[in-house]
Design a binder for this molecule. Structure first.
Ligand code: ZN
Length: 363
């Protein structure tokens, strides 16, 4: 894996992340393909709108259909027919957020499947084995996601587990698969700083900040984004996990983050909330009933080039499958295009203007 910063504008930066399966232009948005599919989209459609990398979830694929099955079918790329890069999370976040019952121990976590109630164990060794079987291009270390709010003592205990697991994952790093470390430490600057320093000592291909957007106030999140970014190595990709609200993305790119993932564009699309150059739009609004105009006249996506708001509203209210498809094509195109324009603004030294213009619209 090679990473190079091409241009800086303040702390915002645009760069190239080169993997054997393709080049990713940063800042990059990674559509989420939780169980090996970006919901409602075929891989060809994803390529057509410019997706360069997708994210898949270890926890979900481990439980169903199972990483061994996927491995026997040629790995995740062959399984889902996606030949561009894939990043897999380690499963840590889902174990902590989805599993009703879990017991954290020093060497991993016992948890109950949210599907059938069966018991499982996930430690650093298992997380690395699963991701190796899936064959992702970028793997993530197993981390202990600290709930919000947490006491300093709890956050510190959790941090030591995260660091120990990170070290074990690093030892099990597989040739040809990049590995990113994840900084935790809740909302305590001292712990975040310590975690990042220790992760840098262990040495990773890239660095992520996790444990944000867990119920904290926005100001806290933004403060921590700005605090952590300059602590991360300048010559490695910096990934802000699970943050995809475009207002937050603008703050994070300004601070120097490079990679993002979020279910926001895809989930909202299925619920009829669409992102446009005029702000968010709920497609079910009565006023769109006989509207023959496109959803967003400034958008060049397949949906906006071919369908009216009246038709999109009709499909949504009739719960047609095509509604989810057309809405997802638009929302993902909008996101990927937003990132394209953001990269261009950094290239031209105009990120401040870009941020000022979009902040109003997207918040
Ligand atoms: Zn569109």
């Amino acid at each position: 894996m090679m990473f190079s910063v091409v241009k800086k504008d303040g702390n915002a930066r645009t760069g190239l992340l080169e993997l054997s399966r393709g080049v990713i232009h940063t800042p990059a948005f990674m559509p989420v393909g939780t169980i090996g599919t970006v919901k409602a989209m075929s891989p060809d459609e994803l390529k057509e709108i410019g997706a360069e990398i997708v994210l898949s979830n270890t926890y979900h694929l481990y439980l169903r259909p199972g990483h061994k099955i996927i491995e026997s079918l040629g790995g995740l790329h062959a399984f889902m027919n996606w030949d561009r890069p894939i990043l897999t999370d380690s499963g840590g976040f889902q174990v902590f957020s989805l599993s009703a019952l879990r017991k954290i121990e020093d060497d991993g976590v016992h948890f109950k499947s949210h599907l059938d109630g069966s018991m499982h164990f996930l430690g650093p060794k298992e997380a690395m084995e699963i991701q190796a079987a899936l064959g992702s291009d970028i793997a993530m270390v197993l981390d202990d996601c600290t709930p919000y709010p947490s006491t300093f003592e709890y956050a510190m205990d959790s941090l030591f587990r995260t660091l120990k697991w990170a070290e074990q994952c690093r030892e099990l790093r597989r040739e040809g698969q990049a590995l990113f470390g994840i900084a935790q430490g809740s909302f305590y600057d001292k712990l975040r700083k310590k975690c990042i320093e220790e992760l840098i000592d262990i040495g990773f291909d890239g660095y992520a900040v996790g444990g944000l957007s867990v119920g904290e106030p926005k100001e806290e999140m933004h403060r921590l984004i700005c605090f952590t970014a300059p602590l991360l190595p300048k010559d490695r990709p910096r990934y802000l996990m699970g943050i995809g609200d475009l207002g937050d993305v603008l703050v994070a790119v300004e601070a120097g983050f490079d990679m993002f993932d979020c279910v926001m564009p895809t989930r909202n699309a299925r619920n009829g909330t669409l992102f446009t150059s005029m702000g968010r739009v709920s497609i079910k609004r009565e006023e769109f009933k006989a509207d023959k105009g496109p959803l967003d006249p400034d958008c060049g996506c397949y949906t906006c080039r071919n369908y009216s708001k009246g038709y999109l509203r009709h499909l949504f209210l009739s719960r047609e499958i095509l509604s989810m498809r057309l809405n997802t094509i638009h929302n993902l195109y909008f996101y990927l295009n937003f990132f394209r324009n953001m990269r261009e603004s950094v290239m031209e030294g105009k990120f401040t203007e870009f941020k000022a213009r979009w902040q109003e619209i997207v918040s």
